[in-house]
Design a protein around this ligand. Structure first.
Ligand SMILES: [Zn+2]
Length: 262
């Protein structure tokens, strides 16, 4: 596929006509958690004006929920839109949607166990997405899910040398989704990362601690040799510690809510 096929003028915010009937309404508690996830990720510095989080629809696994095109810190329940796995909205009603929604749909299609997805451009992750000598790698127990080295998605291999690095169609979404066969987090060269989880609480935990882990790596790299977690340690840490994702979720939710009131 030539690069010009992916260098169109479509901007980050796009209008897409609704293509199907909406599913029965999602559980309001799930929508409330999705709103909370947006606020936490902004409050914790994982997303800024850009980046997004989605959750699989609880009534239909072939649908997912994602906010309309807006800054995550401002999302309310009324901003949540339902999408097909092709990334087509079903109840946008003219509201603009995220260009990179194909990341979410193709991951949900490929991995039935995945219930939530975060895509971000968080600040410490981006340097590691371009460093050829240092992969993102679990450096402490809270980030065991990262394992011995997160894969990096190279969009040039799929879309050629002149793209804007955005996942702007299903073909690119599928290529990115492939990388999750070996990891729950994938870095995107010169762009950011995408993280998957079995719940909103878990995926938010992972997105926050991936950013902290990346920061630690950058801070320690110039000081000397680093001892990373082994694959076995990483697996054991993830298994034992991720059972407690509700604790940071509750703390971060309260903190985000308090700051929103200020
Ligand atoms: Zn992006």
């Amino acid at each position: 596929m030539c690069a010009s096929d992916n260098s169109g003028s479509e901007s980050y915010a796009v209008n897409v006509a609704d293509t199907a009937a909406p599913e029965a309404a999602a559980d309001p508690a799930l929508i409330a958690d999705l709103v909370t996830a947006n606020h936490i990720l902004f409050d914790q510095g994982v997303v800024d004006a850009f980046g997004h989080v989605s959750v699989r629809h609880d009534k239909n696994p072939s649908r997912f929920l994602l906010a309309r095109n807006m800054a995550p810190g401002h999302v309310t329940a009324q901003d949540i839109i339902e999408f097909t796995l092709d990334g087509e909205p079903v109840n946008a009603a003219g509201r603009k949607v995220y260009l990179e929604r194909f990341i979410h749909g193709e991951i949900y299609r490929a991995y039935p166990e995945v219930q939530a997805v975060v895509h971000s451009h968080s600040h410490a992750i981006v340097p590691l997405s371009v460093l050829k000598t240092m992969p993102l790698r679990a450096i402490f127990h809270m980030a065991g899910f990262i394992g011995e080295g997160a894969p990096v998605f190279e969009i040039r291999d799929v879309a050629g040398p002149g793209t804007d690095l955005l996942i702007r169609d299903n073909r690119l979404g599928r290529a990115l989704a492939e990388c999750f066969k070996a990891s729950d987090i994938v870095l995107m060269r010169g762009h950011g990362s995408t993280v998957i989880g079995r719940s909103l609480q878990q995926v938010v935990y992972r997105a926050v601690y991936a950013e902290i882990n990346a920061r630690y790596q950058l801070e320690t790299a110039h000081l000397g040799d680093v001892t990373y977690l082994t694959a076995e340690e990483a697996r054991t840490c993830a298994m034992n510690i991720e059972g407690q994702v509700q604790r940071p979720w509750d703390l971060w939710r309260r903190q985000a809510e308090q700051r929103r009131k200020q």
